[in-house]
Design a protein. Structure first.
Length: 589
């Protein structure tokens, strides 16, 4: 009794202390042990990146305005950065986990990310951003819940279920990287994983025996929130559940106008929340399918992810053929119309109490315009590279944000062109000069023959239009100026354009890239540098105390006592128990 009172007081004391020392917002803390494991999701043993020995990694579960602390221990044999895709890192590109802002965490080192998920709600994910590592795993879901005082535009669901879908190769990520370095194409993936698992054996010819598949357990007569993320490499996936409607409710932090879909195309890097009502007859289980889009179905049949939706009163196994994908192999109009139908619920509140719709993006004057045009990979100086507006980005040895902090000259060029270069392609560290508080219009023109998705760090942008053909000034007449969705990752169809509007209110250096991992690896990215001309800590946090140094600042880096990795209290205890056990064993034998 006395003891518990002591602990109670102690905790109150800690809570008081932390509320004095830090902002009043709560903290959530995670330890991420990043290491290789061997697993066989498609029946072939391979090296996979796990977090705390799990693949996929754990879900980060936070609430709007929480402070998130993630201590990442790099137990890989190469450097590592964790990127928090869609998390806006307001005022803190220092925590974004990309080469433009952070020095890589060397093998055997650990590094602690600390950031606030300021004014955000919704479904996001994280992944390792270097060395093609995402192709080997290391990813997981990142949820930001609403605060109690903020209503959500639907009844509280009976459950919250994360589904990570993505194409997958049985080659390891070093082998894939070597292929790209040698100028080769990666070819067709070997399958699609759902939550790190291979397909259910819906067809004996197509799926070998002994593959572990994912089962989603539900009760009848309930409504679940499914958060579905495409964490794959390059394949657009059509997501559907046999005999069930998917009521779309949220995407990457914005509540959508709620509409039912029988299937939805989810492109690489995109996240969606669906409300699933378990209103079907439980005579059997149902298939959950993620199949490749815009490909020759007869060749890509085995590149299909299949999981099982099991009602608690289910009477048998799922059977028969998979539910049909959209029948439009050579007609992408259907898919684009579907993309256009995803609109913002302007009357739903977001992370802030005021209705988001009160921010009328359609009436704000654009201050700068960039047309970013990609192309299929091409050869530059004997190497196969991918470009944006004729420039293949080269990451500087010293991260851009760090170079600015130390006023280093010549690390990058602030000369990214407003219109695509017409001359021969080049490799360059050229970035966009963003005007603080400007309103930027970006037209993403996909001149590749493949589907691309573009992502921007630090922001949610408004998707105001997309169409086939070349964008022109006249295309603005078709823009949605009212309820275009705000998100961080948008699809750009081959031979088509997508227009986005960005309110440049977040100071920092922010990545804009294709989510197609091959093209990203080959240089299809740049950064937008947003600087507040007024020197103040109000619009950007100071450099964190634990910032790593590299490149021309490498001499500032103190060595890390990597032995500390092995001597954390927990492992000390474990070691002690081991010692005692082995001593006992020796004594007793
Ligand atoms: C996240 O945390 C909240 C509050 O602790 C909890 O109610 C919720 O069930 C958690 N969600 C998930 C998906 O774990
Ligand atoms: C590394 O992890 C240890 C143990 O959790 C922690 O005390 C230390 O602060 C971490 N170091 C860095 C640089 O994040
Ligand atoms: C939009 O949000 C409002 C407020 O939460 C909600 O009442 C309404 O049903 C939503 N509308 C649609 C079409 O989803
Ligand atoms: C990765 O794949 C390459 C090529 O198949 C192989 O030589 C290598 O041993 C693999 N590495 C690991 C750690 O599995
Ligand atoms: C399994 O797939 C093969 C190859 O696509 C197909 O020929 C066969 O009809 C399928 N079997 C069943 C039972 O659907
Ligand atoms: C969506 O479909 C479900 C049945 O699965 C139905 O109950 C619901 O009313 C539909 N909602 C909308 C907005 O169409
Ligand atoms: C459930 O489905 C099975 C098979 O389709 C059918 O035989 C049965 O009558 C259905 N039951 C109800 C209650 O609809
Ligand atoms: C699709 O692939 C099949 C099998 O390889 C081939 O016979 C067919 O011609 C292909 N269809 C198209 C339209 O390329
Ligand atoms: C936008 O520009 C127009 C014409 O240049 C001007 O009349 C209008 O006041 C501006 N609107 C805002 C919100 O600044
Ligand atoms: C970058 O933009 C600012 C205005 O936002 C301008 O003052 C500055 O000259 C620009 N720098 C370069 C190198 O173009
Ligand atoms: C790429 O651009 C060229 C030149 O404008 C055009 O002829 C071609 O159709 C475009 N291809 C695609 C896939 O957009
Ligand atoms: C910002 O914060 C840093 C570190 O706390 C401090 O050294 C610096 O003087 C501050 N700058 C301004 C403009 O307040």
């Amino acid at each position: 009794m006395a003891l518990s009172r002591f602990w109670g007081l102690f905790l109150v004391h800690i809570a008081l202390l932390s509320s004095l020392c830090f902002a009043e917002d709560p903290f959530v803390t995670y330890d991420f042990d990043v290491s290789y494991i061997t697993a066989s999701p498609l029946g072939v043993p391979q090296q996979i990146i796990a977090i705390n020995n799990k693949f996929p990694g754990p879900t980060i579960n936070a609430t709007t305005n929480f402070n998130v602390v993630v201590n990442v221990r790099n137990k890989l044999d190469e450097s590592l950065l964790m990127h928090w895709s869609g998390i806006q890192q307001r005022r803190s590109s220092w925590q974004d986990g990309l080469l433009g802002t952070n020095c890589p965490i060397p093998p055997k080192w650990n590094w602690t990310y600390q950031f606030q998920v300021k004014d955000q709600i919704g479904s996001f994910f994280y992944f390792p951003s270097l060395h093609f590592q995402r192709a080997a795993g290391g990813f997981g879901s990142f949820i930001i819940n609403n605060r109690q005082i903020i209503p959500i535009p639907f009844d509280t669901p009976d459950g919250d279920i994360t589904i990570l879908i993505g194409d997958w190769y049985t080659r390891n990520h070093t082998a894939l990287r070597k292929a790209l370095d040698a100028g080769k194409d990666l070819g067709m993936p070997d399958g699609v994983l759902i939550n790190g698992k291979g397909p259910y054996r819906y067809n004996d010819t197509l799926v070998p025996d002994g593959i572990d598949y994912e089962t989603i357990n539900v009760h009848p007569g309930k409504t679940y929130r499914l958060r579905v993320h495409n964490v794959g490499i390059s394949t657009s996936l059509n997501f559907r559940i046999q005999s069930h409607n998917l009521l779309l409710a949220e995407t990457e932090g914005s509540y959508t106008v709620q509409q039912n879909y029988t299937s939805l195309d989810i492109h690489v890097g995109q996240s969606y929340s669906f409300l699933l009502t378990t209103d079907q007859n439980a005579s059997s289980d149902y298939y959950i399918v993620a199949s490749a889009r815009f490909v020759n179905e007869s060749q890509w049949k085995r590149v299909t992810g299949v999981a099982i939706l099991r009602y608690s009163n289910s009477k048998g196994k799922a059977a028969g053929p998979l539910p049909d994908p959209p029948q439009d192999e050579f007609d992408k109009t259907f898919s684009m119309n579907q993309a256009r139908s995803i609109r913002w619920n302007v009357s739903a509140s977001g992370a802030r109490p005021n209705p988001q719709g009160s921010f009328r993006y359609g009436s704000i004057n654009v201050t700068e315009i960039y047309v970013l045009r990609n192309k299929p990979p091409e050869t530059i100086d004997g190497k196969r590279r991918a470009t944006l507006s004729g420039i293949s980005f080269v990451n500087p040895a010293t991260p851009i944000r760090l170079a600015d902090q130390f006023k280093l000259k010549g690390v990058y060029k602030l000369d990214f062109p407003n219109r695509p270069l017409t001359g021969p392609p080049k490799t360059e560290t050229s970035i966009i000069n963003g005007t603080y508080r400007g309103f930027m219009e970006v037209i993403l023109q996909n001149n590749d023959t493949k589907m691309h998705t573009y992502h921007m760090s630090g922001y949610a942008f408004f998707v105001v239009g997309m169409d086939y053909g070349e964008w022109s000034e006249n295309s603005r007449g078709t823009y949605n100026k009212w309820d275009g969705i705000a998100r961080s990752t948008t699809q750009v169809y081959p031979g088509a354009w997508t227009a986005i509007l960005i309110s440049l209110d977040n100071v920092g250096v922010w990545n804009i890239r294709t989510e197609n991992l091959d093209s990203w690896y080959l240089g299809q990215e740049t950064y937008v540098r947003v600087v507040n001309p007024e020197a103040t800590n109000k619009t950007e946090f100071p450099m964190p105390d634990n910032a790593l140094f590299c490149g021309s600042l490498g001499k500032l880096q103190k060595p890390q006592d990597v032995s500390s990795l092995a001597t954390s209290i927990r492992s000390k205890l474990f070691f002690m128990v081991l010692m005692i056990a082995s001593t006992l064993f020796l004594l007793l034998r």
